[in-house]
Design a binder for this molecule. Structure first.
Ligand code: PLP
Length: 510
């Protein structure tokens, strides 16, 4: 999530011996649990099962996930097993565990187990899909102004490649607050507009088409199930329906879904492609994401990324109609496969906590109520007052000035100012307050995204409230009050440092 590229420190600036955290693992007894006795109540009692620095108030689980200690213990056990006999591990032991991991994830999302493979992260998964599509000149990729940075840049890269044919990228403007109905309407309107503006192009290639003779072009829509910035549940199921009606391909960036969104039923919703991180909300070890490609579309994914031992030639696929989707993904080069397998221990731990409904019942309620409470502390507002778009993340406007909208309105959060705020926030978050909400600019205001997990309590919202009121006061006095002069000096430098999607509506600053 961190998209501020401040000048990279040199390796000589960092002495690993000086990097410390208050983690004495010998004091923790949360590495194991008794599955036959009930778990502690959700809230701070759950912290013993996580490895956080004791002073750290973690309200940003949504960015990188957090590994429960019992899952870590299971991963360590598997690592020792792998190191005990690397040959046996890689040739024999690893494979059935991978099959089990895939089967368990497939069951959770209601997919067939051979429609599901595991890759290292969502960026990888989406790249693999986008790079496998055999683009034609005139094809379209449709994303939104809140598409995740790396995903939007992947779309742009497809359009920028030196080798033709290349698709063109179009973007649906999403400026929040916006209701689900408004998002669906804007999405449909953009598809209609693209078709209208290309009267000589027939967008009639469907994902299931295996023969393209006589066919025209395709539109591929990248749809967030839960956007990152703002952290909002999107009407992705309705958008998949729009795609079906309009003959558009649906590629779902569901990075935040598994473990946060309840009742995922891919067999029923039938997106064309769906990719979700297991290392965010499902409690798997970092480096674990699930890619769903229904059998009807597996012919499109001709190679893994990178290409594996099991890549079949075009001739072989022609003869067998089988791209060996699962087999290719079993081994894409030697790496640590344990994060892939960690979903088994993660799901077991979640079951002990009460399962998906119980976990998300708690986190959803607290996200909704905590967000409103924080807004009242700030004297501001939540982005989603109805709760329609709130799952386990909430977005609250910070007590900072809001840009006007008229023609004479002065821009406040220029790139230079954002770069200064980013540096300031980072310093205050890590060195003074020991917490780190996601902070971003959207539609001329600055917002905090708070992620709620099983360890979170209302007191954590209050702590963030206290921290942010103090930090925002300093930002007003030290940055915004001097902004005009600073802007001129820093604008050019900052535009090199602050690289987010080039879009105006939203930008992470911390
Ligand atoms: C919506 C969305 N898509 C994609 C990603 C990329 O995830 P990863 O860095 O694990 O590839 C993220 C990460 O935060 C995200 O929020």
């Amino acid at each position: 999530m961190l998209l501020i590229r401040s000048t990279a420190p040199k390796s000589t600036d960092i002495d690993p011996a000086t990097i410390t955290a208050n983690i004495d693992t010998s004091e923790r007894d949360g590495f194991s649990y008794d599955p036959s006795s009930p778990p502690p109540a959700f809230g701070h009692d759950m912290l013993k099962y996580f490895g956080f620095d004791k002073e750290y108030v973690n309200v940003n689980h949504g960015s990188y996930g957090s590994l429960p200690l019992p899952v870590l213990a299971e991963c360590n056990k598997l690592t020792l097993l792998a190191e005990a006999n690397p040959d046996k591990w890689h040739r024999v032991t690893y494979m059935p565990l991978l099959v089990k991991a895939r089967e368990e994830v497939a069951t959770l999302i209601h997919a067939e187990h051979d429609e599901v493979v595991i890759v290292v992260n969502t960026t990888h998964g989406i790249n693999a899909i986008m790079r496998n599509i055999e683009w034609r000149e005139g094809d379209v990729i449709l994303n939104t102004t809140v598409t995740y940075g790396a995903v939007a840049r992947t779309a742009q890269y497809m359009a920028d490649r030196s080798e033709a044919p290349r698709p063109k990228v179009y973007t649906v403007e999403l400026t929040f607050p916006m209701t689900h109905a408004e998002i669906v309407a804007a999405f449909r309107a953009k598809i209609k507009e693209i078709k209208k503006n290309h009267p000589n192009t027939v967008f009639d290639i469907l994902p299931t088409d295996t023969k393209l003779e006589g066919k025209g072009n395709r539109i591929v829509a990248i749809i967030d199930s839960i956007s990152s910035n703002p952290g909002m549940y999107q009407p992705w199921k309705e958008m998949v329906k729009v795609c079906e009606e309009e003959g558009v391909w649906s590629l779902i960036d569901a990075a935040h879904s598994i473990g946060q969104e309840l009742n995922i039923d891919l067999g029923a919703t039938q997106p064309d492609f769906w990719v979700s991180n297991c290392h965010k909300w499902l409690f798997a070890k970092r480096g674990c994401a699930v890619v769903y490609v229904p059998k009807r579309n597996q012919h499109i994914i001709r190679s893994t990324m990178p290409t594996s031992h099991e890549y079949p030639s075009v001739e072989s696929v022609r003869e067998t109609s089988d791209t060996k989707f699962v087999l290719q993904h079993q081994w894409t080069g030697t790496m640590d496969f344990i994060p892939f397998l960690s979903v088994i221990a993660a799901l077991k731990f979640r079951k002990w906590l009460g399962g998906e409904d119980v976990i998300n019942g708690y986190t959803h309620k607290l996200a909704y109520e905590g967000g409103k409470h924080l807004a009242s502390i700030f004297g501001t507002e939540v982005m989603d007052p109805s709760g329609e778009a709130t799952l386990s993340m909430t977005n609250v406007r910070l007590p900072l000035p809001v840009e006007g909208t008229g023609p004479d309105a002065r821009p406040i959060y220029t790139k230079a100012v954002q770069a200064q705020i980013a540096r300031f926030l980072q310093q205050r978050f890590f060195e003074t307050w020991n917490t780190h909400p996601g902070v971003y600019v959207h539609s001329g205001a600055v917002w905090a995204r708070i992620s709620v997990q099983v360890w979170t309590e209302l007191a954590d919202f209050e702590y963030v409230g206290k921290a942010m009121i103090s930090i925002c006061k300093e930002i007003e006095e030290e940055i915004l009050a001097n902004a005009t002069e600073e802007n001129e000096i820093n604008e050019e430098k900052a535009s090199e440092e602050t690289v987010d999607s080039e879009k105006a509506t939203g930008c992470w600053i911390a």
